[in-house]
Design a protein around this ligand. Structure first.
Ligand code: KG4
Ligand code: ZN
Length: 408
């Protein structure tokens, strides 16, 4: 079945078309079209994502991205379509709050045949509510005009599916890819699955005991880990988003120190919050404050000093994430560990987890998303949407955005 997926939960507007086959035990996906626009440059001057601006940008970008994704998928066929008056007024109502969106929408749908898609999947949360609403209303409007079923996707489930997905061997063979199309499979998943979800808004350990049923094992009591990366980066005078910036600085310091024949150690030590606590919960606000005090005490910190702070911060975060995950693996007996969310792009975290898993949990399979699928995208929403469509979880007309939508 062809799934059209829409993601607008934060600062990426993304639309993908994915051909999905199979079932919950073994599914294959071909990415037919994938269009994504990041708003990072726009939000950078505010030092973070500004919800009203994100919503406006999504509204502006959705129609051009839909056009691009369908075109790439070769599902766009020009034809004049008459839209019944009743449908037109319902759509106009749905899109009324986004200036210009209804006009662009009608221009687009009245000039193409309804495409060969079988379901529309949309992120319903968690995320920024104003941003989520734009995607949801747009998806509802498309479902109405094209008479397609609509399924709601939890963004975090999307991150889990992105990590569980692997590329089948033919993708990695020496033969060049014929087009930008690529294949993914989700199969042979050993249950239960433990997922460490780390993003700008989340830090949680979630257990999937049976397919698509979740239990919360641990979560942050205050800041999400991505948020801590972003705030510490700002303290160091680095631009938004801070995660990749801290990582770059820390990696520089790592190679620098590794080649240091005198074996110099770090100049600063930061706390490892909650390690003594007998739960799988996290806390990152104290760590962030510790960096703040450190920088206040050293107002003229050198570039090298900042590299050390970045490295020590990354070490502290990684150590806490790993120790809590190891505790959760022991407590739950999980057979698969999944890393998901934007922060799982971090090189040091990936390296540390890969090594520690090999040494301490040889029987547990580690699945980490590929680079394309790590940060927010619509392919992951299509993957999760496929399973919801298989279960025929067609959503009601009154589906609402839910900023705090939880997996468990
Ligand atoms: O999942 P995501 O793209 O959006 C949310 O759903 O929040 O995650 C974004 C977060 C940001 O806080 C960003 O700084 C962080 O992921 N991030 C990283 C890295 N790349 C992105 N954090 C650490 N290291 C990275 N390489
Ligand atoms: Zn995300």
């Amino acid at each position: 079945m062809n799934i059209l997926a829409i993601e607008t939960s934060c600062d990426e507007t993304a639309i993908a078309v994915v051909d999905a086959t199979g079932d919950e035990k073994s599914a294959s996906f071909t990415v037919l079209g994938n269009a994504l626009l990041s708003q990072i440059e726009i939000h950078r001057e505010y030092g973070g994502v500004f919800p009203a601006l994100a919503k406006r940008e999504h509204a502006k970008n959705l129609v051009p991205l839909l056009d691009a994704a369908l075109e790439e998928a070769e599902l766009l066929h020009e034809d004049t379509q008459a839209i019944p008056e009743e449908t037109r007024s319902r759509v106009a109502e749905l899109l009324a709050r986004e200036p210009g969106l209804a006009e662009a929408f009608f221009d687009f749908v009245s000039e193409c045949e309804p495409p060969a898609i079988d379901a529309i999947a949309v992120t319903a949360g968690p995320g920024l509510e104003p941003a989520l609403w734009v995607g949801i209303n747009f998806a509802k409007a498309l479902a109405l005009v094209w008479s397609k079923p609509l399924v709601a996707v939890n963004h975090m489930e999307g991150h889990i599916m992105a990590a569980l997905a692997t590329e089948p061997p033919q993708n990695t063979a020496d033969t060049p890819r014929i087009s930008t199309r690529f294949n993914l499979v989700i199969e042979e998943v050993k249950m239960p699955v433990l997922a460490l979800l780390i993003s700008g808004g989340h830090t949680e350990l979630v257990l999937m005991k049976t397919w698509l049923t979740y239990e919360m094992v641990g979560q942050t009591k205050d800041d999400a880990v991505g948020e801590a990366f972003d705030k510490v980066a700002r303290m160091l005078g680095l631009p938004y988003p801070g995660g990749p910036e801290i990582s770059r600085l820390a990696e520089y310091s790592r190679s620098d120190l590794e080649s240091d024949s005198e074996g110099r150690t770090l100049e600063f030590k930061l706390p490892r919050p909650m390690l003594a606590d007998a739960t799988c919960d996290f806390s990152f606000s104290g760590l962030k404050t510790a960096v703040l005090y450190l920088l206040k005490k050293n107002p003229d910190m050198s570039e090298r000093g900042k590299q050390h702070v970045a490295r020590e911060f990354e070490n502290a975060v990684t150590e806490v994430l790993w120790k809590k995950t190891a505790r959760a693996l022991e407590e739950t007996g999980a057979q698969t560990l999944v890393l998901g969310g934007g922060v799982s792009a971090n090189t040091h975290i990936r390296r540390t987890f890969a090594k520690a898993m090999q040494e301490e949990f040889t029987a547990v399979e580690l699945r980490i998303p590929s680079a394309t699928l790590t940060t927010d995208n619509a392919i992951m929403i299509a993957l999760a949407g496929f399973y919801r469509a298989l279960r025929e979880e067609i959503i009601p007309d009154d589906l609402a955005a839910s900023g705090n939508r939880s997996l468990a």
